[in-house]
Ligand binder design. Structure first.
Ligand SMILES: C[S@@+](CC[C@H](N)C(=O)[O-])C[C@H]1O[C@@H](n2cnc3c(N)ncnc32)[C@H](O)[C@@H]1O
Length: 373
């Protein structure tokens, strides 16, 4: 098996290289309107700059979103029927003209997406506790002017039309092989994520990484595993450091990323150099966690009914018996900003052991890792 990964350093408001109805899943996080670190980017448009400089907060908010709307319109065009879009976004709080206010980015994006004709599915709250010094915003301990602290972001989930269809025998088999473990389903499909473990990412250019507002690798890996099947195409129109593409490598999906700022190019290139090792580490972790889960259950005297036909280990449901995880083995830069990844597929045999994972990729279990270096 092979997957292809393309990066375009261009404005995602016009994704001319992406054909209509060719993308199965979008996983992305845009620049957040009304968060100061993104002002310069949004203020490249004169009307937005003018509104912000003349302290018209809600109007500047609206104009920033109108810029994002153009990317969302493109997202709608490129999604296949039944395709899914996951947008990570946080709200903003800001004092403008002496007036403190919440700027509800998530609800503005929701309205636009629903207006486009996308269906909103149950969303996820990503709980991000903060110990920042400005945690006690407003009047501190004195009522009524103290403000609630924002300690979560959203992952908004949309579908284009009804459920995606898998018609041919081959498509149905690929879907069954792309299944996740029962215990992963219990964890991943909770509507509050409090447990996002950071599969450690090498920072490369630390400053650029901080400036990017990168999300954890695990966030992208999970969403890709939850909402697409092997061989699908995943798009990130706001690529930043390339996290979504590296997670697609690990999950055996093709990917396309758009990024307006060419300064990210070396960082994304470096990331591809580490994507195999990073992917193998995550896959190895999945096997370890599953085997531990099975062993705990058996120790507790619970019978596990089914056996995975590929690896020969017990699984809880019939839907997991064909589950397999291809192992990425090599990445090759075909031309600039285009990468091809090769995989080994596990042999289907009822007696086989879990697919071999290189020893160097076995992580030491240390519990929760920091999200970023
Ligand atoms: C929040 S960051 C994404 C971070 C990314 N998820 C990661 O893990 O590194 C948003 C990115 O979108 C880029 N961007 C903003 N407007 C864009 C546009 N119109 N087209 C393409 N990229 C854009 C910014 O330069 C920035 O790198």
């Amino acid at each position: 098996m092979k997957t292809d990964h393309h990066i375009r350093f261009a404005d995602a408001k016009k994704m001319t290289d992406v054909a209509s109805q060719s993308v199965h899943l979008v996983v992305t996080s845009p620049p957040y309107p009304m968060i100061e670190m993104w002002d310069a980017l949004f203020c490249q448009q004169a009307d937005t700059k003018k509104a912000l400089h003349s302290q018209k907060g809600i109007y500047a908010f609206e104009l920033m979103h109108r810029q994002l709307d153009r990317v969302w319109n493109e997202l709608y065009r490129v999604l296949v029927p039944g395709g899914i879009a996951c947008i990570n976004i946080g709200d903003a709080t800001r004092t403008i003209d002496n007036e403190f206010a919440l700027y509800p980015n998530h609800s503005r994006i929701l309205s636009h997406m629903i207006g486009l004709g996308l269906t909103n599915l149950p969303n996820i709250l990503w709980r991000k506790q903060t110990n920042a010094p400005n945690k006690f915003m407003g009047s501190g301990m004195m009522p009524p002017g103290a403000y609630v602290t924002l300690e979560h972001e959203y992952i908004l989930i949309f579908r284009k039309g009804g459920k995606r269809l898998f018609n041919s025998q081959e498509e149905k088999m690929n879907r069954r092989q792309s299944a996740f473990f029962w215990e992963e389903r219990n964890q991943w499909f909770s509507d509050v994520w409090m447990d996002l473990k950071g599969t450690r990412q090498k920072t490369g250019d630390k400053q650029l990484r901080q400036r990017s507002g990168a999300y954890p690798y695990e966030l992208a890996y999970r969403l890709i595993s939850m909402f697409s099947v092997m061989g699908d195409t995943v798009l990130d129109p706001f690529l930043g450091t390339g996290t979504t593409l590296f997670a697609a490598v690990a999950a055996g999906r093709n990917s396309v990323g758009y990024e307006i700022d060419k300064a990210f190019q070396p960082l994304v290139g470096q990331g591809f150099g580490q994507a195999i090792e990073q992917g193998l580490r995550r896959i190895s972790e999945r096997f370890d966690e599953h085997l531990e889960f099975v062993s705990d259950r058996q120790t507790a005297g619970k019978v596990i009914k089914y056996t995975n036909q590929v690896y020969g280990f017990p699984v809880i449901t019939r839907q997991e018996i064909e589950l397999m995880i291809p192992l990425p083995t090599a990445v090759k830069e075909r031309t600039q900003n285009q990468f091809r990844v090769s995989y080994t597929m596990p042999e289907a045999s009822p007696t086989a052991q879990p697919a071999a994972v290189p020893a160097t990729s076995q992580p030491k279990k240390t519990g929760q890792l920091p999200l970023f270096d």
